[in-house]
Each structure stands twice: as C-alpha cells, then as structure tokens.
Ligand binder design. Structure first.
Ligand code: FES
Length: 265
C-alpha cells in the first residue's frame, strides 16, 4: 500500500454521469485483488472533497508489467464532478491498494456474479480473475441490475469474455422488469452455483445474501460505504458482525468484501 501522485492517462465518459479514469500507478499494484479499493484525493482540495474510496476496475498492464489502474465512477457530488473534469496529464493523490478483496478458491466450478448499478465497478476485474489459468473450466453467469437502462454498465465487457448476462431494470427499460434478485432466483431454481459474489446497494446485497442462505450457497458481498481514511484510523466504517467475538468489523480493513454469513446486512 502506498500513496502516489498519479498522472491521469485518460478520463472518458462511458454512460450517463459515469466515467472511466486511467491512472499511472507503476508501483505496488501488481498483486491487487478484485474487490480491493483505493482512496482518491484531488490535490489542493479540502472538504467536502476529502479522499473517497473507489474500487479498482482494472489493472493497466503492458508487457506483463502493471503500469496503473483504471477506476469506474459515477458523478454523485462536487468531488466526483471535479474528477470528471480532469484531463490527461493532471494528477490525483491515490492511496492503495486497500482492504480485502474477493477470496477466490480453486474448487469453484460455477460462479454467479450479481451487480447493481455502479456496484459493477470491481466485477469485470473479478470475472477476469475467475478465468482459470492452465486450461481448466469455470462457468460464470452475470446478473446485472439498475434502475433503468442507463444504469446498466459493462454488459459488453462480460459478454466479450463469453459470460452470459441476465439484465433487469426497475422500470423495464432493458431486460426483465424488476429487481436483479428475480432473474437470480429464477436461475437458481434449475441451476446451482458453488458461490454467489455480489456488489451493489445494501438492499440488493441483503436480498442476495438472504437468497444464497436460503439455498445453502456460499456468498461474498462487497460493501459500498462512506470512508474517511480507508486505513482503520477514523472508525467511521464500523460494521456489526455475526462472529462469535461480537467485535465490530471495519469495512476498510476487514472488507470491503465479506462472507455474507459473517455480517449483519
Ligand atoms: Fe476510517 Fe474505516 S474508513 S476506519
């Protein structure tokens, strides 16, 4: 983990209020796990533009060397609005990689990925990491949900990897009308994965975790929360756990990815 002043390589709009930014981070990111995050701060800015967490969307690699990271972000306030105005050559302060990512095990043969809205940010990286090296087989299905069509991101990236994508929107403007948990439940009625991996709004995560528990399927969830420090210093991200020690967990240190059975959603 390190703090760097990272040069912006690109910063392009990829959807309504959604951008992808590429940043030079030549050191320390080689072993980044899907689900880990960085704290980003705009130099010279003060509150409300304090550092904010962003999932690593992808590593920028060239000739087997990690040269930087890419973030997928949505403009939701003044900080991200200013971030969206950055042009190549400008700099951001980046601290990372931070936290605990998805814990992938070799015995998973079938994996369901569930993502809601901008919660898809770590999931393309995750799907790439799930591709078995050495010619083995691992089947993936993706369930993408959003309020409307404009909230659906990265479907083409999953499809380019040959992964079937099930789409749902609250307003029915794309895919099945309703919550992302509906096509998930439909699929589970006939096809059971080894694990469900999810990222999105808290209500969605709770719904997915409940469904997984009801079917006795392992589930990991990546929590989206406000973080001030990202390093366990401010106690602002404490979260109640179900572990026997009764100890609160920090989303920034112990997560953001948790075994869904170990936390109270
Ligand atoms: Fe400060 Fe987690 S964000 S302790």
């Amino acid at each position: 983990m390190q703090q760097t002043s990272s040069r912006v390589r690109w910063n392009r709009q990829v959807g309504p209020d959604v951008y992808q930014i590429g940043l030079d981070c030549p050191k320390g990111y080689h072993n980044t796990q899907p689900g880990q995050f960085v704290m980003v701060h705009l130099p010279g800015q003060i509150a409300p533009l304090l550092a904010r967490p962003f999932s690593v969307f992808r590593l920028i690699r060239h000739a087997k060397q990690t040269q930087g990271i890419e973030l997928l972000y949505k403009v939701v306030g003044e900080g991200t609005r200013r971030m969206a105005s950055l042009v190549p050559g400008e700099h951001l302060d980046v601290l990372g990689p931070l936290g605990q990512g998805f814990r992938i095990t070799a015995d998973w043969h079938k994996v369901y990925i569930v993502a809601g809205g901008i919660g898809v940010a770590p999931m393309v990286f995750l799907a790439e990491a799930l591709k078995p090296s050495g010619g083995g087989r691992r089947h993936q299905q993706v369930f993408l949900g959003g309020r409307s069509q404009g909230d659906l991101l990265c479907a083409d990236a999953f499809q380019a990897m040959g992964i079937p994508v099930h789409i749902s929107t609250d307003d029915g403007s794309a895919g099945t009308q309703g919550l992302v948990t509906q096509p998930l439940q439909t699929r589970l009625a006939s096809d059971r994965p080894d694990v469900i991996l999810a990222c999105g709004p808290m209500a969605m995560l709770k719904g997915v975790a409940d469904i997984a528990a009801g079917h006795g399927i392992a589930c990991q969830v990546s929590l989206e929360t406000i973080m001030a420090c990202g390093m366990g210093a401010c106690l602002g991200c404490a979260f109640e756990s179900r572990m026997p020690d009764g100890r609160y967990r920090h989303v920034c240190l112990d997560g953001p990815v948790f075994d869904a059975a170990q936390i109270r959603l």
